[in-house]
Design a protein around this ligand. Structure first.
Ligand SMILES: C[C@H](O)CC(=O)SCCNC(=O)CCNC(=O)[C@H](O)C(C)(C)COP(=O)(O)OP(=O)(O)OC[C@H]1O[C@@H](n2cnc3c(N)ncnc32)[C@H](O)[C@@H]1OP(=O)(O)O
Length: 707
C-alpha cells in the first residue's frame, strides 16, 4: 500500500513531513494512520540532525479536511468512536511534546482534525489565498473537536474567540486567522515553505495569547470565567432548544480542561464517542454526504456547463442586489444591473457596498479587494453593455406580462445563446417562456432571501428548456456559492409548495384560538429557526400570501389558507417591513424588544380569543404532516428528482431542522407506517387535506423507506 506520509530531510536540518493520501482529492485523517505516523515520529525524535519539522500537504489546494467522516460513520459503538478520538489525541500530544520545532504550512482548508494537527505544532503559517480556511466545523456534524481542539484552541487564542469558533463551526479566512492569533504568519503561496522552514529553524518561543482587553479581564478570574460559561450555556440553550447535544458538550470540555488538562482530554474523547453515535450526528453527516455528492452533479447528465463570462441583473431591488453581490464577489463575473431608474441601480450597488465595507472595517478584507469587487458591478437604464451578457437574471415584480416583456428585450439586446433566468417564486416558467423566440434559453433560477446568506437555489426548467441551459445555470449557481436543486416547473416549484400548507395550517390553528406565539414556539422547539408567523412577518405577509391563489389554482382546496387572513392585508399588515404584522415592531428597528411580542390587536382583527388548547407536539404534528405529505407528492410527481434533493431543498431553503435530516429522512425515522396512520387520523377526524400521498401508501404496503 502506498504511504500517505513522506519525510524528506534537508541539509539544513529541517525535515519536511508531507501528507498526501493516495487516491483521494483531499487529505483526511484515518484511524489506520496511527502506526505509520508513530514510526515517522520515532525517526524524527531519534535523528539528532533533525532540528525542526514542517508539516505540509501534497495536495494542490488543500491542507487537511479533518477526520474522514465516512470512517466516523462506520463506527459501530461509542467505544469505537472514543478510541479514534483517543488515538488522534495521543499522536498530536506526541507532536506537541517532541523537543523539536514543528511548523504547519497551510494552504487551502485546514479543518477539524486538520486544524487540530496544526494546533499541536509550535508554529502555523498559512497562505493569504482565498482557498485557505481554518476552522473546527465538527459542531455542524453534531460532533465536537475530538483530537485536542477543545483544549488547544482556547489556550492559543483565548476562551471567547475559541468558543465562538467551536460553537458555530464557522471557519475563518487567512487574514482573520492571523488577526485572532491562530496562525503566526500569513504569506503568499510562493513563499509559504520558505517562511515555514525559517520558523522550523528557530527555537520555540513562549507565546502570549492574543486577546482583546475585555477578554483579558473576563478570562483572567475564575469569577469572570464562571459568568462567561454560564452565559454561553444560556445562549446555547436558547439557540438549540436542547435539540443539539454537541454545543453543550463543547462548553463542558473547555471548562473542565481549564481546571485539569488531562480530564479535559479524557472528557473530549468520551463525549466525542457518544456524539458520533447520536441520531443528530448521523443526520448531519447525511447532509454533508448529500451536499458533497450534489457538488459533482451538473443537473443534466453528461453535459458540462458553458462558461458564463458576464451577467445582467434586471431589477435592482433587494433580490437583484443580492444576486449582483453573489455574482460579482463569489462567481467573480462582471455584473450589469438594468433598472428603470438610477435609484434602483444605486440601491442594488449599496447592497454589495454595505456587505464589503463591513468586511473591510473588520479588517477581513483589504480596501483594494473591495474596490476590485465593486468594480465588477455597473448599472444602466437601457440595455447598453448587454450584447456580451451570457446570462440575464430577472428579479422584477411578479407580473407575467412584465416578465414576458423582459424575455423579448433580452432576446433583442443579447446574443442568441444568452440564458434568460427568472427569479420568480410563483409564476410557472412555461408562462414566462410562452412568447419567447428561443424558449430553450429560458429557465427558472429561484433564490431565497437574503440572497447572500441563503444557500439554496431552485433551477427550474419548463418543458422546452434545453438540458444545456439547465447544466449551465446549475454550474453558474455553484460558482455563486449556492447549492442548486433541479426541480420541475409548476406552482410553488418545490420549496414554496411544501412550505405553503405548513404555514396555512399554522393559520388555521391560530383561527382555532391557539396563541400565535405558542404556535411559533412549538415549531422552534421542533427545530425550525423561526416559527411560521415570525417567518411571514419577515418575508412580508403580502408577499407570503400571494402564492396561495396560484397554488390553489393548480392543486385545489388543500392549499387554502384562512379566509380571515384577507383582513390582514385590508388592514395594511405587511409584517416587519411596515412595522405592522403578527408581532409588535415598536421603537427602533434593531431594538431588543422589537418583534418579540405578539401584537394583540391582531386577535381582535381576526376575531379570535386566544386560548391555548393544543400541546406543542400536536401543533408541530399538524403543521409538519402537511409538509411531509406534500414533499412525498412532489417526489411522486417528479417535481424533485430524489428524496435527497427534497431533504437538502427543505433544509437549505426553509430551515427544516438539519438534525432531523430533512422531510424524507425524518419520515424514514418516524416510520412510513406511522406517518400514514397519523395522516389518516387527521384525514378522518379533521380534514381531507391530510389524505396520504399515494406514494406513502405504496411504501407502507411494501415496507419501503426513502433511503
Ligand atoms: C476528530 C476530529 O475533530 C473530527 C473531525 O475532523 S470531523 C471532520 C471535520 N471536517 C469537516 O467537517 C470538513 C468537511 N469538508 C468540507 O467542508 C469540504 O469538503 C471542504 C470545505 C473541505 C472542501 O470543499 P470543496 O472544495 O467544495 O470540496 P468537496 O467536494 O466538498 O470535497 C472534496 C472531496 O473531499 C472529501 N472530503 C472532504 N472533507 C472530508 C472529510 N472530512 N471526510 C471525508 N471526506 C471528505 C469529499 O467527500 C470529496 O470527496 P470526492 O472527491 O471523493 O467526492
Amino acid at each position: 500500500m502506498m504511504s500517505a506520509f513522506t519525510l524528506e530531510k534537508r541539509e539544513d536540518g529541517i525535515a519536511i513531513l508531507t501528507m498526501d493520501v493516495p487516491g483521494e482529492s483531499m487529505n483526511t485523517l484515518k484511524g489506520d494512520f496511527g502506526d505509520e505516523i508513530s514510526v515517522i515520529l520515532d525517526q524524527i525524535e531519534s535523528d539528532a540532525d533533525i532540528k525542526g519539522v514542517v508539516i505540509t500537504s501534497g495536495k494542490k489546494d488543500s491542507f487537511v479536511a479533518g477526520a474522514d467522516i465516512s470512517m466516523l460513520s462506520a463506527c459501530d459503538t461509542v467505544q469505537d468512536a472514543e478510541t479514534l478520538s483517543r488515538q488522534g489525541q495521543l499522536i498530536f500530544d506526541r507532536i506537541e511534546k517532541i523537543r523539536k520545532t514543528f511548523v504547519a504550512a497551510i494552504h487551502g482548508p485546514a479543518l477539524g482534525g486538520g486544524l487540530e494537527l496544526a494546533l499541536a505544532c509550535d508554529y502555523r503559517v498559512c497562505t493569504d489565498s482565498d482557498k485557505t480556511q481554518l476552522g473546527l466545523p465538527e459542531v455542524q456534524l453534531g460532533l465536537l473537536p475530538g483530537s485536542g481542539g477543545t483544549q488547544r484552541l482556547p489556550a492559543l487564542i483565548g476562551l471567547q474567540q475559541a468558543m465562538k469558533m467551536m460553537l458555530t463551526g464557522n471557519s475563518v479566512r487567512a487574514s482573520q486567522a492571523k488577526k485572532y492569533g491562530i496562525v503566526d504568519d500569513c504569506v503568499p503561496e510562493s513563499i509559504l515553505m520558505d517562511v515555514a522552514v525559517g520558523l522550523a529553524g528557530q527555537a520555540v518561543k513562549t507565546r502570549t495569547v492574543a486577546k482583546s482587553m475585555v477578554s483579558k479581564v473576563i478570562e483572567s478570574t475564575s469569577f469572570g470565567r464562571g459568568i462567561m460559561f454560564s452565559k454561553a450555556r444560556e445562549q446555547t440553550m436558547a439557540q438549540t432548544k436542547g435539540n443539539y447535544p454537541a454545543p453543550m458538550y463543547i462548553i463542558d470540555c473547555i471548562e473542565l480542561g481549564l481546571k485539569n488538562r488531562e480530564k479535559g482530554y479524557a472528557t473530549e474523547a468520551s463525549l466525542f464517542g457518544k456524539l458520533v453515535m447520536t441520531p443528530e450526528s448521523k443526520q448531519l453527516r447525511g447532509v454533508f454526504f448529500a451536499t458533497t455528492e450534489m457538488k459533482k452533479e451538473s443537473g443534466a447528465d453528461g453535459l458540462k456547463p458553458k462558461v458564463i463570462k458576464k451577467i445582467g441583473v434586471l431589477g435592482g431591488g433587494l433580490m437583484g442586489g443580492g444576486i449582483a453581490f453573489v455574482s460579482a464577489t463569489k462567481a467573480s463575473v462582471p455584473v450589469r444591473i438594468k433598472d428603470i431608474n438610477e435609484h434602483g441601480i444605486a440601491s442594488a450597488m449599496k447592497y454589495s457596498y454595505d456587505i464589503l465595507n463591513k468586511k473591510v472595517k473588520k479588517r477581513f478584507m483589504l480596501l483594494s479587494q473591495m474596490q476590485r469587487q465593486m468594480a465588477n458591478i455597473t448599472g444602466c437604464l437601457d440595455y447598453s453593455g448587454y450584447k456580451s451578457v451570457d446570462m440575464a437574471i430577472e428579479a422584477v415584480f411578479e407580473d407575467v406580462n412584465l416578465k414576458q416583456t423582459m424575455v423579448a428585450e433580452i432576446e433583442e439586446h443579447c446574443h442568441e445563446n444568452t440564458i434568460f433566468a427568472s427569479n420568480t417564486s410563483s409564476i410557472p416558467i412555461a408562462d414566462i417562456a410562452a412568447k419567447a423566440k428561443r424558449p430553450e434559453n429560458v429557465v427558472g433560477l429561484h433564490y431565497f432571501s437574503p440572497v447572500d446568506k441563503m444557500p439554496l437555489v431552485e433551477v427550474i426548467g419548463h418543458e422546452g428548456t434545453s438540458p444545456q441551459t439547465i447544466a449551465t445555470t446549475v454550474g453558474f449557481a455553484k460558482r455563486q456559492g449556492k447549492t442548486p436543486i433541479v426541480v420541475k416547473d409548476g406552482a410553488g416549484f418545490y420549496v414554496n409548495r411544501i412550505l405553503a400548507p405548513y404555514m396555512s395550517e399554522a393559520g388555521f390553528l391560530a383561527m382555532e384560538g391557539q396563541p400565535i406565539n405558542a404556535i411559533d414556539q412549538a415549531l422552534v422547539k421542533f427545530g425550525f429557526p423561526v416559527g411560521p408567523f415570525k417567518l411571514l412577518d419577515e418575508v412580508g405577509i403580502d408577499v407570503g400570501t400571494k402564492i396561495i391563489p396560484i397554488l390553489m389554482n393548480q392543486f385545489g382546496e388543500r392549499f387554502a389558507s384562512p379566509d380571515a387572513f384577507e383582513k390582514l392585508l385590508e388592514n395594511d399588515r405587511k409584517g416587519k417591513k411596515n412595522g405592522s404584522g403578527f408581532y409588535k415592531y415598536s421603537g427602533k428597528a434593531n431594538s431588543k424588544d422589537s418583534g418579540k411580542k405578539v401584537d394583540e390587536s391582531v386577535y381582535t382583527l381576526l376575531g379570535i380569543t386566544p386560548v391555548s388548547k393544543y400541546t406543542d407536539s400536536s401543533v408541530a404534528e399538524r403543521c409538519l404532516l402537511l409538509m411531509l405529505n406534500e414533499a412525498a407528492m412532489c417526489l411522486e410527481e417528479g417535481v424533485i428528482r430524489s428524496a435527497r434533493d427534497g431533504d437538502i431543498g427543505a433544509i437549505f431553503g426553509i430551515g427544516f431542522p438539519p438534525f432531523r435530516g430533512g422531510p424524507f429522512r425524518y419520515m424514514d425515522e418516524l416510520g412510513i407506517d406511522h406517518v400514514v396512520s397519523r395522516l389518516e387520523h387527521y384525514a378522518t377526524s379533521y380534514s381531507e387535506k391530510y389524505t396520504p400521498a399515494a406514494i406513502l401508501l405504496e411504501m407502507r404496503d411494501e415496507k419501503r423507506n426513502f433511503y
